[in-house]
Design a protein around this ligand. Sequence first.
Ligand code: SF4
Ligand code: SF4
Ligand SMILES: [Zn+2]
Length: 159
Amino acid sequence: MKRFLIFFTFSDNFHSFSMNLFHQPKEQLIAPCGMNCGICLAFLRTKNNCPGCRSGAAGQPNYCRRCIILNCEKLEKTSSKFCYECDTFPCKRLKQLDKRYRTKYRMSMLENLAEIRELGLEYFIKSQEEKWHCPACGGSLCVHRGFCLKCYDKKSAIH
Ligand code: SF4
Ligand code: SF4
Ligand SMILES: [Zn+2]
């Protein structure tokens, strides 16, 4: 519980330091659905990049700003602000999203959420950093492209 209190204190003050998007608190990059925005193409690209799901900052694509999950009333009522705490978890919308990502990108939002619930957000962030680490340059692999956008090292490709 303490972890989440710290997180929401960060969240309240977030806009004051959101200019440096790559240095925002890592917790901000983990979306309510379990998506790690830090491995998203829109976050990693250099032009018109997205600051991440929870940033609330300008530059977010409309489809993320208007995301049904992020704006879900039931999510608002949870203390963790993660879908796993919802009484209808996993809802149809989340299951569809998970299926799409498992099929296209070999990544599961539901598995991510289970890891966050069982092992904690801090653990999850560390395991994500290890899982998506580019061995060639130390950057992040991109879940959508399947390789690192910084060095284009195809040997590290995940798909
Ligand atoms: S496009 Fe959506 S999933 Fe990607 S970084 Fe932005 S908010 Fe996150
Ligand atoms: S799992 Fe619950 S909180 Fe998450 S999007 Fe579905 S209904 Fe909303
Ligand atoms: Zn790289």
